[in-house]
Design a protein around this ligand. Sequence first.
Ligand code: PEP
Ligand code: MG
Length: 585
Amino acid sequence: MEILKGIPVSPGFAIGEAFILDSEESVIPRRFISQPEVETEVTRFHAAVEKAKADIRELQRRVSDEIGEEAAPIFDAHVMILSDKPLHDEVLGRIRNNRFAAEYAVSRSLRKFEKAFLRTGNSYLAQRITDLRDIEQRMLQALLGERKEEIRQLDRQVVLLAHDLTPSQTAAFDREKVIGFATDVGGMTGHTAIVARAREIPAVVGLGTVSTDVSTGDLVVVDGNRGIVVVNPDEKTMDAYRRMMKDFHVFEEALIGEKDLPAVTLDGCRVSVAANIEFPREIETVLQFGGEGVGLYRTEFLYLESEVEPDEAMHFEAYERAISMVGSLPIAIRTLDLGADKFFHIGKSTVDILHERNPALGCRAIRYCLRYPDVFRKQIRAICRASALGNVKMMIPMVSYCDEVIAVRQMVAEVQERLADEDVPFNPDMPIGIMVEVPSVALTIERFCDHCDFFSIGTNDLTQYVLAADRTNEHVAGLYWPGHPSILRLIREVLEKSAERGIPVSLCGEMAGDAAFVVFLLGLGLRNFSVSPPLIPEVKKLIRYVTLDKAQEVSDHALSLGTSREVMAYLRGVTREYQPNWNFM
Ligand code: PEP
Ligand code: MG
């Protein structure tokens, strides 16, 4: 049994067979052979080695024509590894003694070598791991060709292990087959983690080397509450997990039983709890969990899921569908937030990605939209048309300057004028607001009050930009704390200044759905929460436990503390006072 520690990003437990997803979205089949097939597999292995060597030599020729002999040592090293006697002995032993099919034997053997390289602590050998992975891919290609098992064709339930997963891969998994996942890299508020929570897929990220430490076919437990992956658990551990799964289920069922009770404090203050979504289809879940609208609709997922560049009709269809499901409840359609960890690749499309060195600080979201007005105008037209159908607001992400809001308002006015000429209905009073997620906006919020109908605080990005800690990078996860005093003070500033000007504020970062912060945010004056759908019942329940006086006392005390650690310890303690069973996240 082996226990690996990472970052818990999506609660719940998954126990099942591990499947390693390689970069080509395929998994290595765990296939066994019978005694008479042994020599055939040995021959397949030798043939694959020869084919892989020939492929490398061919590649070497092409590369040296382009860049000269500079890269030759890399190719020579790969050919040498492929001829390595200990590697051959290892693979042949697994075929002959364990009756592994050649591809399974190759994969397990190379992963054993990778682990051994890592254990030496020698940085030169550790760097050679990419070479071993490259060789593994080449051998699997030679052995399986097109026959690699595709994740889309899985016929059983698995726990996926991968180096990394993109948000769109996570959104596309068949939820019936993928019961949990774990990755080497990633952070708490990266979009992959956000999608996992929304889809209720237990997940742990930032494990470092899970995708190489574990082999396809191992039994694994993903503990999304504590951020642990257990490989080949013993019976005692399995029993403990079976019990925890049962308790977690009871806890969740109890919450769901109260989902339709409103979020009203003990002294009668009504709070709204809406949801964050990536796709219109999620609205069904939002309503099932007692959500009171959509506080954030991340429309860029329309691009991430699409094979072609979405046109105005595709935008409009998606919004029309969302509005038909949400009815008269409010829905904040956020304009495209492409860039950072969300890219869209379609050949030479107008929305092809810019190759930036630092995309989180680059041409992302509104910067991208203003740079490509033709792309943006399609979306604005669709949102304006949709505004005639329901309670629609338009929300702009990643604003850092007032000029950006002014430019968007100008574009909206032009689009509305055109729609009026064409006799197409729209709501001329559609509220237009912004995400407060860049420090410059939070610090000068009063200036934005003149240009915005509402604000929504995006603590996922606000935290990464204030603390200069990439939200998707596991190496700085220990520096990424929404509970840092600087963030708490900025949120207070935004809430106070906006209240003076009568501008409504919601908070749609993951902090709003973190039980530890609910009472604190209420005490600061937040009345609109927007959270991942499965978290709605818990947030509503916590609000029902407190009075505003108590909540204010909690927020005053939290603001007086000097470090994230003190803040978190205090707020977690407060949450447990109200919800003694709350020990799951
Ligand atoms: C945020 O930054 O807090 C937010 C809600 O937006 P996203 O997570 O999509 O960047
Ligand atoms: Mg954001």
